[in-house]
Design a protein around this ligand. Structure first.
Ligand code: B3K
Ligand code: ZN
Length: 865
């Protein structure tokens, strides 16, 4: 198997001037007639991709071709010696109802839908399935009227009508904007709809429609509201107006990931679209808002300007994540948003970069592109855009993005062209910045402070140094440009203005005049660069920053740093069989948290985050090697210490924050609920009948899913007989709502079951479990692997064995989702020797089982042999 390489990129030989597709939709056998108007760009054959489809006929300029006129392999249809311009007609057949990969055309809940990114269009018809071939699409759909009353495709509907005396019907859609095949979509079926409209900045009225399962229309209201706010925000902040005459979103239940930005016809996993107070948590609302925005923003960053090849994936994904993060910051609370984004970055991207799957934001080779929709491409990609903005400043950043949109509209672009646009707009040289895209791994930033020397004036010298550890085959790494926001903080507040230092070489020193008082440096305010910070700061410094730093992000960060150190030390002690100790640092940390809780300058969301110590995954990923169960126990120990020390405060706050009455998903109300439930969870760190009583009462009286689920999770943490009863009651109450049952499965997956792995095995055989539905599998198996350290990392290897078996089972149906699950093993080098051995054996077993190309790539890379 040879990888695809960036260095091998060659432009296509042919342009597709126009494509016309005719779908005769039938679940078992759908016939697709395609007409391609093809013009030559360079010498050579026309290469069309195709997978798992049956070719019925090919004709060239009206003449049917014989089998000897073309070559056909498992994956390609190749036509040689074509004239300068020709019309190719191709008829193929596929079987959507048997398509369990959920790529290409498939059936979900009795409805047809498609997923083409990255390489799904080739499962529909033979076509140059590469993002640099842009064409205008005309699509005709015909299907049975009763089962498929709605026939949707990209763009604008130009015609529709009845067929066969009303039994069947058809619709014709035209998308005037040239697009690559990965943005193609069609949907057919019965839906309930939610309608609204948006008036653009130039006064165009755009009808907006969301298509959902019958009965779900009211659950799409929040998504609709988010959509309208996104459209407005993109006009105001980036000057981007919507282009087509209508905008549609469809919710489907079986979906490989979150959502898809198909031109004018976004398709969403229903878990990221449907929400109401009773069935969705605040986290669901928040995600819906950001994903609706994300997919909408792709219309400019992704669709109008797309990627030349899949190596440039970060061009659309990094930029679009940055845009959705900024949108959420503007809609909610900027500091809180930044904290959440950094938390996610550390959990997922830093972990990825510290493990065997580490790769640059712009990789240079891949086996399966599906495996590269990673935290590095998305989240680190967004951090790079954020640094660019920090370096350029607000105005120049906007100038640069304006030039980008103007220069490259309608093209398939590269990262170089993106940066060039900012160079043109600002006159800056961004060549060094490109290294951020090409070098894998998280740089370390160390800071040394030298106390004042009195010659000739008293100065404090601050030295910033950057270091890359050689990783992923890139031994020789060059310094990157690191924007460092910093400030000196004394005992009563800042003693300098905030500074921005650009560290361009390996090392750089700045000087501060003697301030005449002791201070701590607040470094990387707002996390101005995605680096690992190494300082000699002590708990005294962290406590000072927790109390005095004007930068809310750093206040949170100082607390996290303290917590990380406390958990790390405690985990080592547990590993060597020592008893937990209460020391000065722990007391100081808990007291500082107490002060944060009392501080009226912080909102509830911030306080809830401050009260949440880093997760075990984050600690493990940042350490050399550790026993994951010891780390997890250490985390529980710290929560218990916080719960004990602040018992009274937490209890009072819990009562003070009681339900406000009418539910609203806004940031303020959500923050109150988050803090209240955080209090409950900390209080439940130790067995306490009073707290158990509170949780039981909350479970029984909750009027929204946030509080209901938090109570249920608190009860599972407390353990005992009532857990089983509560789980059963919750299931019975919600068994008709798949999205809530997903939550039930994920609580089951995260629980420490007394009966061991058999309990999880039994859940796989539960009547509500469906191994074909990715949401369900992710809920149970995903949460088990990512959030149940005690059972997943069980030292007898039972958790790993079970998990491997589930991944292989999934692989037989859906390689993409299976490969993603298998990513849970990326942590193995960070674990103790015993577990390293266990996981290596599992990975070898996977490789020996002749898995899909997707799973093979992840298994091989993870094992690294
Ligand atoms: N662009 C899609 C992701 C497609 C993933 C394909 N394996 C959704 C998004 O990032 O908006
Ligand atoms: Zn995206």
């Amino acid at each position: 198997q040879t990888p695809t390489r960036l260095a091998d990129y060659t432009p296509p030989n042919f342009n597709i001037e126009a494509v016309s597709l005719d779908f005769d939709l039938n679940p078992k056998e759908t016939t697709i007639r395609s007409q391609l108007t093809v013009t030559r760009l360079a010498p050579g054959p026309l290469v069309l991709d195709g997978e798992d489809i049956t070719l019925k006929s090919v004709s060239l300029d009206g003449k049917t071709l014989k089998r000897s006129d073309y070559s056909l392999t498992q994956t390609q249809l190749i036509l040689k010696d074509l004239p300068e311009r020709s019309l190719i007609e191709i008829e193929t057949v596929c079987n959507p109802s048997e398509n369990s990969t959920l790529m290409g055309l498939y059936v979900s809940g009795g409805r047809f839908c498609t997923q083409c990114e990255a390489e799904g269009f080739r499962r529909i018809t033979y076509y140059p399935d590469r993002p640099d071939v842009l064409s205008v699409f005309r699509v005709r759909l015909q299907a049975d009227l009763k089962d498929y009353p709605y026939l949707l495709a990209n763009g604008n509907m130009v015609e529709s009508g009845a067929l066969d005396g009303g039994q069947r019907h058809y619709a014709i859609w035209e998308d005037p904007f040239p697009k690559p095949a990965y943005l193609f979509a069609l949907v057919a079926g019965e839906f309930d709809i939610l309608e609204d409209s948006f008036t653009t900045m130039t006064g165009r009225d755009i009808p907006l429609t969301i298509y959902v399962d019958p009965g779900d229309a009211s659950r799409a209201e929040y998504a609709m509201d988010s959509l309208k706010r996104s459209m407005k925000w993109d006009e105001e902040v980036f000057g981007r107006e919507y282009d087509l005459d209508r905008f549609m979103i469809v919710a489907v239940r079986d979906f490989n990931f979150g959502a898809m930005e198909n031109k004018g016809l976004n398709i969403f996993n229903s878990s990221l679209l449907l929400a109401d107070a009773a069935t969705a948590t605040d986290m669901n609302f928040e995600r819906i808002e950001s994903v609706v925005a994300h997919e909408y923003f792709h219309n400019w960053t992704g669709n109008r300007i797309t990627c030349r090849d899949w190596f440039q994936l970060c061009l659309k994904e990094g930029f679009t994540v940055f845009r959705d993060q900024e949108f959420s910051a503007d809609q909610r609370d900027r500091a809180v948003q930044r904290i959440k984004d950094v938390k996610a970055l550390r959990m997922r991207q830093f972990a990825e970069d510290a493990g065997p799957l580490s790769h640059p934001v712009r990789p240079s080779e891949y086996m399966k592109i599906d495996n590269f929709y990673t935290a590095t491409i998305y989240e680190k990609g967004a951090e790079l855009i954020r640094m660019l903005k920090t370096m350029l400043g607000e105005d120049d950043f906007r100038k640069g993005s304006d030039v980008y949109f103007e220069r490259l509209d309608g093209t398939a672009a590269t990262v170089e062209q993106f940066l060039e646009s900012f160079e043109i707009a600002t006159g800056r040289d961004l060549s060094q910045f490109m290294r951020w895209y090409e070098q894998a791994g998280t740089p370390e930033l160390s800071v040394e402070v030298e106390s004042p020397v009195n010659m000739p004036v008293s100065l404090t010298k601050i030295t910033f140094t950057q270091k890359f550890s050689p990783a992923s085959g890139q031994a020789d790494k060059q310094p990157v440009i690191i924007p460092i926001r910093w400030q000196a903080i004394g005992d009563t507040g800042p003693i300098t203005e905030p500074q921005l230092t650009l560290l361009k070489s390996k090392e750089n020193a700045v000087s501060l005049p003697d301030m005449g008082e002791d201070f701590s440096l607040s470094i990387l305010q707002d996390f101005s660069a995605p680096v690992i910070l190494k300082t000699r700061q002590t708990s005294k410094d962290h406590l000072r920053l927790m109390g005095q730093d004007p930068n809310a992000f750093k206040r949170w960060e100082a607390g996290q740093t303290l917590a990380r150190e406390l958990i790390g030390t405690q985990a080592k002690a547990i590993e060597s069989g020592q008893m937990p100790k209460v020391n000065k640092a722990l007391r100081g940390y808990c007291q500082a948290l107490g002060k944060t809780l009392d501080d009226v300058n912080f909102n509830s969301s911030f306080k809830a985050l401050a009260l949440t110590p880093p997760a075990a995954t984050e600690i493990i990923q940042a350490s050399e090697t550790s026993d994951p169960i010891a780390v997890s126990l250490a985390g529980e120990w710290l929560s218990r210490a916080i719960g004990d020390t602040l018992h009274e405060d937490l209890l009072n706050l819990y009562h003070a924050l009681s339900d406000e009455g009418t539910f609203s998903p806004d940031a303020h109300s959500a923050g109150r609920r988050a803090l209240r439930n955080r209090c409950l969870s900390l209080l439940a760190s130790r067995q306490d009948p009073v707290v158990a009583g509170l949780a039981i009462e909350q479970l029984g009286t909750a009027t929204n899913m946030t509080d209901e689920l938090a109570a249920l999770m608190t009860l599972t943490k407390l353990g005992g007989k009532r857990v089983e009863t509560s789980m059963t009651e919750f299931f019975e109450k919600w068994k008709n709502n798949p999205l809530v049952i997903d939550k039930w499965f994920s609580v089951q997956g995260m629980r420490k079951h007394d009966s061991g792995i058999e309990a999880i095995e039994a859940l796989v055989n539960h009547s509500a479990y469906d191994p074909r539905n990715p949401n369900r599998v992710r809920s149970l198996i995903g949460s088990f692997a990512m959030a149940n350290p005690h059972m997943f990392h069980a030292v007898d290897g039972s958790g790993y064995a079970f998990f491997t078996q589930q991944v292989l089972d999934m692989d037989s149906r859906n390689p993409q989702v299976a490969a993603r699950l298998l990513g849970a093993y990326e942590v193995w080098r960070k674990l103790d020797a015993k577990r390293q051995g266990l996981i290596k054996a599992q990975l070898r077993h996977v490789i020996g089982a002749a898995p899909s190309k997707n799973v093979m790539e992840i298994a091989n890379k993870t094992l690294g042999e």
